[in-house]
Design a protein around this ligand. Structure first.
Ligand SMILES: NC(=O)c1ccc[n+]([C@@H]2O[C@H](COP(=O)([O-])OP(=O)(O)OC[C@H]3O[C@@H](n4cnc5c(N)ncnc54)[C@H](OP(=O)(O)O)[C@@H]3O)[C@@H](O)[C@H]2O)c1
Length: 332
């Protein structure tokens, strides 16, 4: 009889109402239906995984559950003509790790529509060094450039700069030759941010201290993952015609601004969602990440951990103590 057992992180609700994560043996037969079975080599940690691990019903409705919105590895079985056994593939977002068992596991089974072949130049390990954080950073940069950003437009402001999306955005922009101003709440991280591509590092208060409806025009474009006051501060100091991309809410989901930067400076505010982004633009960004946007410092942005260390690191992410991006080695 074939052995269908494998290891996965499983979050369960204890009798106390607390959510507890542990590594459990599961069976491939119990995975959700799907056309492609993937043997996962690497995953990555995201804020959504941390929320799923504490029972956040906005992310995951049913437990026991395996989180992990990111996975990369090789196809182990396929019922779809586009994928053959042995293909190296990436599966990120859609419902993976939310209400479909996710990538913090030795196997996932998913619809073929969620699967993308690793582009030339990017194997499963490097793909997960980017993960959803890198894909999102890439989508934001792609949008800035398609909206007219050039290397001469002025510095690109990146908020949450030491976090997953922020640090990858700084590094990709640096690699692509754009000047970058990184905003951080961690003064001690200035040297790190300069080493990965920032030309200037400023504190968060620089974006929030002014109470005026508009400030001096400073930023050629903006990558924001913080929301709230920092996004409002970025909008009112963006140069004429510039684009502000917004993807996150680690500071606040609120946005209090005025129409002045929009009607007097022709600013564009663009929302970015990597979760449901269609496959064609998603694949185009992965191809750039595999090639001209792959920073030399990519390995140094990543801390590699094993599946056994995931629960502790998810707690750090929730506490805002994480720095950079966690790559999870699934195979022992
Ligand atoms: N829309 C999408 O498709 C998409 C995809 C991925 C992630 N996201 C969202 O993007 C956000 C960032 O994700 P991430 O994975 O980069 O998270 P992360 O690794 O936890 O990084 C967030 C960073 O934001 C800064 N920060 C934390 N709390 C803050 C606060 N109260 N005020 C100001 N800055 C604060 C910190 O950087 P500094 O200390 O350097 O300031 C922190 O490292 C999350 O809201 C996530 O849900 C959205």
């Amino acid at each position: 009889m074939r052995d269908t057992s494998f290891l996965a992180l499983v979050v369960e609700e204890a009798e106390s109402g607390e959510y507890v994560s542990s590594i459990k043996t599961r069976s491939i037969d119990d995975l959700p239906a799907g056309e492609v079975l993937v043997r996962v080599a690497y995953s990555a940690l995201n804020y959504k995984d941390a929320l799923s691990s504490i029972g956040n019903k906005g992310v995951t409705r049913r437990y026991p559950h395996t989180p992990g919105v990111d996975a990369a590895g090789t196809v182990a079985a396929s019922e779809h003509p586009d994928f053959a056994v042995g293909d190296e593939v990436i599966v990120t977002s859609y419902d993976l790790g939310m209400n479909t068992d996710g990538g913090l596991s030795q196997y996932i089974r998913v619809p073929a529509a969620w699967v993308i072949k690793c582009p030339a130049g990017l194997g499963p390990k490097e793909a997960m060094m980017f993960g959803t954080a890198g894909l999102t950073a890439g989508m934001m940069i792609d949008r800035l450039i398609s909206n007219g950003l050039t290397r001469e437009s002025g510095p690109v402001l990146v908020t949450g700069a030491t976090g997953g999306v922020g640090s990858l955005a700084v590094a990709i922009l640096g690699k692509a030759g754009y000047p970058v101003t990184a905003v951080t709440g961690k003064a001690e991280a200035a040297a790190f941010l300069k080493s990965i591509g920032a030309s200037e590092v400023i504190g968060r208060e620089r974006l929030t201290e002014s109470k005026k409806p508009m400030d001096m025009m400073l930023w050629g474009g903006v990558i924001d993952v913080v929301g709230g006051e920092m996004l409002a501060g970025a909008i009112k100091s963006t140069c004429y015609g510039g684009t502000v991309t917004c993807a996150g809410l680690v500071g606040s989901p609120e946005l209090n601004t005025t129409v002045f930067p929009f009607i007097l400076r022709a600013i564009t505010l663009v929302g970015i969602d990597s979760g449901e982004c269609p496959m064609a633009p998603r694949a185009a960004v992965w191809r750039k990440l595999a090639d001209e946007w792959k920073p030399d410092c990519l390995p140094s942005l990543t801390t590699e951990i094993s599946l056994h260390e995931v629960a502790e690191k998810l707690r750090e992410l929730l506490a805002g103590k994480a720095k950079g991006h966690y790559l999870v080695r699934i195979e022992e």
